[in-house]
Design a protein around this ligand. Sequence first.
Ligand code: SF4
Length: 369
Amino acid sequence: MKVLEKALAGERLEREELLELYRLPLPEVAAVAHELRLRRSEPRYVTYLIDRNINYSNVCTVGCGYCAFYRTRRQPDAYTLSYEEISRKVAELEAVGGRRILMQGGVNPDLPLEWYEDLLRYLKERHPQVRIDAFSPEEILGLERLSGLPARAVLERLKDAGLDGMPGAGAEILVDRIRHAAAPARISTADWLRIVAEALSLGLYSLASMVIGMGEGPAERVEHLLLVRELQDRALAEYQNGFSGFALWTMQLENTRLAGRLPGASAYEYLQTLSIARIALDNIAGHQASWPTMGFKIAQTALYYGANDFGSTMLEENVVSAASGNVRRSATVREIVRQIVEAGFLPAERNVFYEIIHKPDPESVLDTV
Ligand code: SF4
């Protein structure tokens, strides 16, 4: 299997070779992915982040068929949180030692750019220690259309008001034929890449994401990975600022209009694509295991299929939860540390750039109630 030897030698694999990985036995692909993970990050450690999700509004005009979170502005349970409510949630995160919020909503036509700028200033004034990574490329595209300003100008104004980065969500599969079959009004591949590139060029943080289970096959999965790798090469060379990490998860369809109409993805497919992503994305060191979508046990297994990170506490995650029934979507540090230790690694708290900031004594964390 020359292709695996080539990957192990640290050489970059091209499209046909990545496709070949999808035809090889998974344990052999995973062994190479794990070896590369051990080389590219601290081998004994698995990292995690303490953060909180805040969904400032569920009003959205895009109407993706796989989204159970959004509401039209006239539905009785449509909401937009006040600045005070959002600030209270940030204070709760600070109380448990968190220093980062992930804030996203929908494309809400009633909220002008000034509303976002004022919100960011309000939060930064009251919580200067907390990073704000907010707004997906879809929301920025919505603000582009609403304000008539190009994405760069929108992002500059948000950055001036206190924005630290973007969560990098909404990439799903970066192939329009696939993404628009499931959600015709969804942001296009070109716009997603354009807006993220603008954010990276301004020095903002972004994660690279990928969601499988939309009816795509290996060819589209590889296409997605190549687009991410290409943008990362360009961003690192031109802006000295690239994606901080990579997160893969599976489409959650249970409570959505497309339940039974999109195939979703199995645990096998998840672990296979996770391994191939580790091999393909030789320019991104941090790869997350997705416990919120796969559960703790598969997430532990993922630590041997290329992942070196257990994601974050995700206090109050609403978007994925809405689509997948009653599955829990937040975890305490203690629970995450337990999963990492049980899987045979040492836990390390990290920042959003995947830099280790604290190596807790696992026993003292597990002893807390
Ligand atoms: S996934 Fe995002 S863009 Fe699509 S409907 Fe839901 S909130 Fe709106």
